[in-house]
Design a protein around this ligand. Structure first.
Ligand code: PEP
Ligand code: MN
Length: 282
């Protein structure tokens, strides 16, 4: 992969650590990002943000602009959702990860996001990737559902080439012949991407499996495989969720989950700080 000029790891000590305020991604500390698939209402987001921050999780996810397979499915609360994310960020001190769907929305999403998520469906939108290279906030780049590892890393190369070095790679499962899971979570992609690149690599076992009961085992596998973090969907009422409820953890079960993740992190030579952060505002 000789075209990986900026993304390639130069030697075994070459590892990018991305700073987001007081937090880091890519260092010894494991990065946990949790939250609903989509922002649905003030009450929903507040309950989840409280649950997530009570567990000591520092990053909250939530889509306000949703890339849905069906045009009739819930498309997100858009700007209103971004405002709700800002409110919980101020109230609980969590950092916000939210998706930007296309070039025309970068300016709108930018002030509300600490990390801008680029979805699997956009992993080959090269004009968009070039624009993301011009901004100065971290980009969480999902692997395209049909992208090879080389194509995924080259997508990151577009962003770095544009001038933005803060890219976090996210393995989120790929399409295979097997229909018993939503996606096939490619665990091997995690250590391989880390071998090939200095960028942090995290895993999204929620989209990666599409099944709640598989999220904890695949999270453990991802940490054991060397992931720098995890992105996990959690909902206060998964049965009523407007998107991806079937793969969302219950808030209650997250408590046990994070303890298990912490143990696995330590076994893997990493750490997981679950001290609650003091809200920066209020
Ligand atoms: C998501 O994170 O909710 C999402 C839509 O992810 P992906 O782009 O990986 O499908
Ligand atoms: Mn989702």
């Amino acid at each position: 992969m000789s075209d990986l000029k900026l993304v390639a790891r130069q030697d075994e000590n070459h590892q990018s650590v991305i700073r987001v305020g007081n937090e880091t991604i890519g260092g010894k500390e494991l990065c946990l990002i949790a939250g609903p698939c989509a922002v649905e209402s003030e009450q929903q987001l507040d309950e989840i943000a409280k649950g997530v921050s009570d567990l000591g999780i520092k990053f909250m996810r939530g889509g306000s602009y949703k890339p849905r397979t069906s045009p009739y499915a819930f498309q997100g609360l858009k700007k209103d959702g971004l405002r709700l994310l800002k409110n919980v960020s101020d109230k609980y001190g969590v950092k916000i990860v939210t998706e930007v769907l296309d070039t025309s929305l970068i300016e709108e999403v930018y002030p509300y996001a600490d990390i801008l998520q680029v979805g699997s469906r956009n992993a080959k939108n090269y004009a968009f990737l070039k624009e993301l290279g011009k901004i100065d906030k971290p980009i969480l780049l999902k692997r395209g559902m049909s992208s090879t590892i080389s194509e995924w890393l080259l997508a990151a190369e577009y962003i770095l080439l544009g001038g933005n070095e803060n890219v976090i790679l996210c393995e989120r499962g790929i399409r295979t012949f097997d229909t018993s899971v939503r996606n096939t979570m490619d665990i091997a992609a995690i250590p391989l991407a880390k071998e090939l690149s200095h960028l942090p690599v995290i895993a999204d076992p929620s989209q990666g499996t599409g099944k709640r009961s598989l999220v904890t085992p695949l999270s453990l596998a991802a940490i054991a495989a060397g992931a720098d973090g995890l992105m996990i969907e959690v909902h206060n009422d998964p049965e009523e969720a407007l998107s991806d409820g079937f793969q969302s953890m219950y808030l209650d079960s997250m408590k046990e989950m994070v303890q298990v993740l912490k143990m696995q992190a330590e076994l893997s030579g990493r750490s997981l700080d679950l001290k609650r952060i003091a809200a920066e505002v209020i």
